[in-house]
Design a protein around this ligand. Structure first.
Ligand code: PLP
Length: 404
């Protein structure tokens, strides 16, 4: 093997192995289970049985394996090829990229949109492109890692307010009045707790202190609000949120990709300045085809989004009646709060023994003493799937002392 024996490589390997050992020792090692079927409510796991009920994907609307979405991907692949071998501004823009951007803007009722390879990239690119040392960004302390990293890359003055704490945000906005521009950045829905940012109050404060509002809608686009437009629709502030970043890799078909949507000059500027957009390959046509079809399905009817809301309500109310505490409200992310990290791990394992795939989260992913099993509901779970999940939780909870 190349360069396997030099002293530098030997030393490097030893350092890596020590770091890996530290991660194992800290109990934070992440194992990847291998799926041997399509993404969906029923999975086959490699080395395990078929018919595993899946409650841990962000496949909120069940579109990842929707026949029309798959067909649209195949058609785009055949018509436009495997990929562009180019960034957008050299020779990487096809008509389907422009069509999808127009569709995204229309879906969110915004002026324009720009595609990225992921929402991680959209978040990495936006703050640096917009904000200078004259400006300020105010960020919820529990924002997603990609927002945190994006903010790290920019030279604006940084304020971190306590999670969803409007008093703290107001104090920080007062302090930030000395800067040219203030941008409040928050997840619309927070993925660890299933809680929803108080956007009405945030927008009121933004108005009072002359600030702009940015939301990351990865866990909201396609299903929150009466027509699935997101947190801003749910909370009646579509006209008050200036910038939305979101993903095509969760509810909108689940393939990959992300975007920013908002005022046209903002999008024009991102095309000129945003580094992950300028220096990374265009989205593959098949991926564009998936997202485009997912948006068509959502714009035709709100039935899928409504069905997901009903399933979420069924799970949350049955679990609460069984004696569990479910964090958040009305969101398909349903964290079953257990407290103890070991309890969350053994219960998740025992759920899988009963054919239900859920994941336990503990420190450092969530605060110490707040371990949980996160359940994610999808529109394509049947009522029977949900009831089976609740029954298994009840059995496993009793067995391990989480329920009396
Ligand atoms: N923002 C939030 C809130 C997320 O949960 C995620 C994905 O986990 C991302 C951004 C990144 O999205 P993508 O998978 O498109 O990079």
């Amino acid at each position: 093997r190349a360069a396997s024996g030099t002293a530098a490589v030997v030393q490097f390997r030893r350092r890596l192995e020590n770091e890996l050992e530290d991660i194992r020792g800290a109990g934070t090692w992440k194992n990847e289970r291998i799926i041997a079927s399509r993404q969906g409510p029923h999975l086959r796991l490699e080395g395990g049985g078929a018919g595993i009920l899946n409650f841990c994907a962000n496949n909120y609307l069940g579109l990842s394996s929707h026949p029309e979405v798959i067909r649209a991907a195949v058609e785009a692949l055949e018509k436009f090829g495997a990929g562009l071998s180019s960034v957008r501004f050299i020779c990487g823009t096809q008509s389907i990229h422009k069509d999808l951007e127009e569709k995204i803007a229309r879906f969110h009722q915004r002026e324009d949109a720009i595609l990225y390879a992921s929402c991680f990239d959209a978040n990495a690119g936006i703050f640096e492109a917009l904000l200078t040392p004259e400006d300020a960004v105010l960020s919820d302390e529990l924002n997603h890692a990609s927002i945190i990293d994006g903010i790290r890359l920019c030279k604006a003055n940084k304020y971190r307010y306590k999670h969803m704490d409007m008093q703290d945000l107001e104090a920080k906005l007062q302090d930030a009045q000395k800067h040219r521009l203030r941008l409040v950045a928050t997840d619309g829905a927070f993925s660890m707790d299933g809680d929803i940012a108080p956007l009405k109050e945030i927008c009121q404060l933004a108005q009072k202190y002359d600030a702009l509002v940015f939301i990351d809608e990865c866990h909201a686009t396609g299903f929150l609000g009466p027509n699935g437009r997101g947190t801003d629709e749910l909370l009646g502030v579509m006209d008050k949120v200036t910038i939305i970043n979101s993903t095509l890799g969760k509810a909108l078909g689940g393939a990959a990709g992300g975007y920013t949507t908002g005022p046209k000059p903002l999008i024009d500027l991102l095309r000129q300045r945003s580094r992950p957009y300028l220096f990374s390959n265009s989205l593959p046509p098949a991926v564009v085809g998936c997202a485009s079809k997912a948006l068509d399905l959502l714009m035709e009817s709100n039935a899928i989004a409504q069905s997901m809301a009903a399933k979420t309500q069924r799970f949350r109310s049955k679990m609460t009646a069984a004696g569990f505490t479910i964090s958040g409200k009305d969101h398909p992310i349903c964290p079953v709060m257990l407290g103890d990290a070991r309890l969350a791990a053994v219960m998740a394992e025992d759920m899988l023994n009963r054919g239900i795939y859920v994941i336990g989260f503990s420190y450092p992913v969530v605060p110490k003493g707040k371990a949980r099993i996160r359940v994610q509901i999808s529109a394509v779970h049947s009522d029977e799937d949900i009831d089976r999940c609740v029954e298994a939780f009840t059995e496993v909870g009793r067995k391990h002392g989480a329920l009396p």
